[in-house]
Design a protein around this ligand. Structure first.
Ligand code: PGA
Length: 255
């Protein structure tokens, strides 16, 4: 019903040549195929073209993602990238609303919503991130917080192909900290996200939207998350920067 997905978010790591080497390593490790698992890698913007060439040359099924986009078509927006630009280098996914973008660069739910609409108009699949900060979790408000984010991030969206809209639940306190949410923590929130999607889009669409867990996901803990009903894969940061750990997670998802 829902193909699992393992997506690697390289963040601000890997120069152009390093990115090409890492992409080639991933392609080589996964040369035997990835079965029904959708594998996505998200290098920094300047690496996209080079990584795209590696994937194409190998005829790899690994898909390419950007880490950010601006919602306008073109124009005087110095430093920004338009959906058509991502499309032109072969990106078929784009991460939006990552907590680092929200926290360091002031990205709001309204921005995330605009970015999703702009990407979908170009046939690019958003990987839309949500997640609560530590103080909200400690006060027990995490489910309500994330549900509100989902409602705001999806406002007015039309989803015709539910395989082309992906959500990543990433509790902020678990990102890059080595502190992982438990599989039950992830299921609690991912289940609430699914329920919210049912209310917004109806059961059929909601059942086909992938919800990923992110936050210190690694080969040692991925299986626990994958066993959960509403967790369809992982958005992986640190562990996606090494060929062997990333490939190991893909292989877990194939089982
Ligand atoms: P992490 O990052 O796996 O390094 O915690 C996940 C993410 O921020 O996407």
């Amino acid at each position: 019903m829902r193909n699992r997905m393992i997506a690697g978010n390289w963040k601000m790591n890997k120069t152009f040549s390093e990115g090409v080497v890492l992409a080639q390593g991933i392609v080589d490790e996964l040369a035997g195929g990835t079965g029904a698992v959708d594998v996505v890698i998200a290098p920094p913007a300047v690496d996209l073209k080079g990584v795209s060439e590696v994937l194409n040359q190998a005829g790899s099924s690994v898909a390419l993602s950007a880490q950010n986009v601006y919602w306008e078509e073109s124009g005087a927006y110095t430093g920004e990238l338009a959906p058509a630009m991502l499309e032109s280098v072969g990106a078929t996914y784009c991460i939006i609303g990552h907590s680092e973008r929200r926290g360091y660069f002031g990205e709001t739910d309204e921005d995330v919503n605009r970015k999703a609409k702009a990407l979908m108009a170009h046939g690019i699949t958003p990987i839309s991130c949500c997640g609560e900060p530590l103080e909200v979790r400690e006060a027990g408000g995490h489910v309500a917080f994330v549900v509100e984010q989902i409602k705001a991030d999806t406002a007015g969206l039309t989803i015709t192909d539910p395989s082309k809209y992906v959500i990543a639940y990433e509790p902020i306190w678990a990102i890059g900290t080595g502190k992982t949410a438990t599989a039950d923590d992830a299921q609690e929130v991912c289940g609430a996200i699914r329920k919210t999607l049912v209310e917004i889009f109806g059961a059929e669409t909601a059942q086909s939207i992938r919800i990923l867990y992110g936050g210190s996901a690694k080969p040692e803990n991925i299986n626990g998350f994958l066993e959960k009903e509403d967790v369809d894969g992982a958005l992986v940061g640190g562990a996606s920067l090494k060929t062997d750990s990333f490939a190991a997670m893909v292989k877990s998802a194939m089982n």
